[in-house]
Design a protein around this ligand. Structure first.
Ligand code: ADP
Ligand code: MG
Ligand code: MG
Length: 532
């Protein structure tokens, strides 16, 4: 039964129907800002010298079917996950044990940890942290006849993106399914999953933009008035990559925030401008270390930064100038609330996610002392098996990873974000044999989740190509959490959760033969879903 839904989906379309649908999508995306700046491999800089062009984000033409039970389970889990990662970010001693072995072999994590230690030595001046999270899942079938279950791929604690565009994809699929009449769509031929005229099946409403914008405004308010001068206005900074192509996704949040809270000034700060456009007054003048922002368009207007929202600085390649690390340190030591702090960034590392799956220790109970038994059970059931690679040649993880037959059902993950970093299946043993055994501990090993085999969809890529084929979908649920860490990041004790929200989803769909899944990394298309 489970796989049969996909066997007849998407509905068979004639060439005319498909052409009509693709054209609708091409026009709708541009009209509604479901867009990205083009990749230079598609539109060369010579033909776009003023960088004025945009194109559709890669999108699926049809929403993907998804079991309602699994969708609701993912929604249910979000607040529990939010609190879990907030608690981890407060458990500095626990994190330091995990980081100890990683920083020996991973310079990126070592530099981040060093920043934490430097700021800790000087003394943190901000004990509020904002998390804007996305927990990613796939459907898992233990065998062809099994019912689907929900398994977490990863939990993102930094730069969790695509909430802005995901909302638009759901709107687009909804319009396509209801035009010209609900249940009598020209774009989508009759199909059981689209329901009847009286009760059409449409993608569930997607509240990602409201959830994320509301998290920004809550943190802004929690910061309170300026610490430097009672007359200085406060602001939010979106910290962005200098060459960001996914800016319309970010603008969906800042624009919504501006409409709902016009009193909150919001600016985009490219990474290369951190040190020139922001400053911290001398601590003898003001020990509270406020972060002052000046926009070069009007240097007489100054703002105190209440929140830095990171949509950058999650990957080592972004720290490519002599002052990059100084810039991250500068932000971390300031009084601005960080989304995320360095500790929260590190809490999202793949190693932490692997350690959490260890069922032999009461780790979840420790971080979630108030969670119900059901919540903990649901949490555990969302874990796919993961293994440490740091316990020597006789450990289970290393043995599986070096055995070609066993490695075939696994993925090896380094402590990285943003897609394109993992090593899959048969490549794992070969890869490991090419590196020193000491470096194995940079990685964790994870069992591959087995998504439905018969899933198919059609995508419009950003270069206008329409591609149909077998697909794998990944569901992300957005959430946010604002907390006070208590004195000295000592752990769960003393931590105070001020806000904990779940809201909105992201569906990404990729060709089945592509192991990786990032949209920005060029593997996936944005999608929405219809529940069955
Ligand atoms: P990143 O932080 O780089 O996005 P992920 O853990 O999400 O790292 O891995 C990238 C992609 O690899 C995912 O989007 C997914 O497509 C694939 N992937 C990761 N882990 C698994 C897994 N256990 N089973 C199947 N696919 C996986
Ligand atoms: Mg990630
Ligand atoms: Mg991912």
């Amino acid at each position: 039964m489970a796989n049969s839904i996909w066997e007849s989906y998407p509905p068979k379309a004639t060439d005319d129907q498909l052409e009509y649908l693709a054209q609708k999508v091409k026009d709708w995306t541009i009209f509604n800002g479901l867009t990205v700046r083009p990749n230079p491999s598609f539109i060369k800089d010579e033909t776009n010298p003023n960088h004025v062009l945009a194109t559709n984000a890669p999108v699926t033409l049809y929403p993907s079917p998804f079991p309602r039970k699994c969708f609701e389970q993912a929604q249910c889990l979000q607040k529990v996950y939010n609190e879990l990662y907030a608690a981890i970010a407060c458990a500095e001693e626990w994190l330091s044990e995990i980081m100890k072995e990683l920083i020996e072999v991973d310079d990126f994590l070592a530099n981040l940890w060093k920043i934490h230690l430097q700021v800790k030595k000087e003394g943190y001046v901000q004990d509020l942290t904002l998390g804007m999270f996305r927990s990613d899942y796939m459907l898992h079938f233990s065998d062809d006849n099994a019912a689907p279950s929900l398994k977490q791929v990863e939990f993102n604690t930094i730069s969790s993106s695509f909430g802005g565009l995901a909302v638009r994809v759901a709107q687009m699929h909804t319009e396509l399914a209801s035009f010209p009449q609900p249940g009598q769509s020209l774009a989508y031929p009759t199909h059981d999953l689209f329901g009847t005229t009286s009760a059409p099946t449409l993608p569930p409403p997607n509240h990602a933009v409201q959830t994320l914008a509301s998290a920004l405004s809550t943190a802004y308010t929690a910061y309170g008035p300026s610490k430097s001068s009672p007359t200085l206005p406060t602001c939010i900074l979106f910290l962005v990559q200098d060459t960001e192509r996914n800016l319309f996704d970010q603008m969906a949040l800042s624009s919504h925030l501006h409409q709902t809270n016009p009193e909150i000034p919001t600016f985009r700060l490219p990474v290369s401008k951190i040190l020139s456009h922001t400053s911290i007054p001398s601590t003898t003048d003001n020990p509270s270390r406020p972060l002052i922002y000046t926009n070069p368009a009007n240097p007489t207007l100054r703002f105190e930064v209440s929140l830095v929202y990171f949509r950058a600085l999650y990957a080592p390649t972004e720290y490519n100038t002599p002052t990059s690390w100084a810039a991250r340190h500068h932000l971390e030591r300031s009084a601005a609330i960080k989304c995320p702090s360095v500790l929260l960034h590190l809490s999202g590392s793949k190693k932490v996610q692997q350690v959490l799956t260890d069922t032999t220790s009461p780790i979840l109970e420790r971080f979630l002392p108030h969670a119900s038994k059901d919540d903990l059970e649901r949490l555990r059931s969302s874990f796919a098996p993961q293994y440490s690679m740091s316990d020597g040649p006789d450990s289970e993880g290393v043995k599986i990873a070096l055995d070609p037959a066993k490695a075939e059902s696994h993925v090896l993950k380094p402590q990285r974000e943003g897609g394109g970093n993992n090593i899959y299946r048969g490549n794992i043993p070969t890869f490991l044999r090419g590196i020193s055994e000491r470096d194995y501990k940079q990685y964790i090993l994870m069992e591959l989740i087995q998504p439905p085999k018969a899933a198919r969809n059609v995508a419009l890529r950003s270069d206008g190509q329409v591609v149909a084929g077998d697909v794998i979908s990944e569901l992300g649920i957005f959430g946010s959490c604002l907390w006070r860490s208590g004195s000295g990041n000592k752990g769960r004790e003393g931590m105070e959760v001020l806000e904990n929200e779940e809201g909105g989803y992201l569906m990404r769909t990729k060709a089945r033969d592509s192991d990786e899944g990032g949209v920005a990394a060029g593997f996936s298309s944005l999608d929405s879903l219809i529940l069955y």
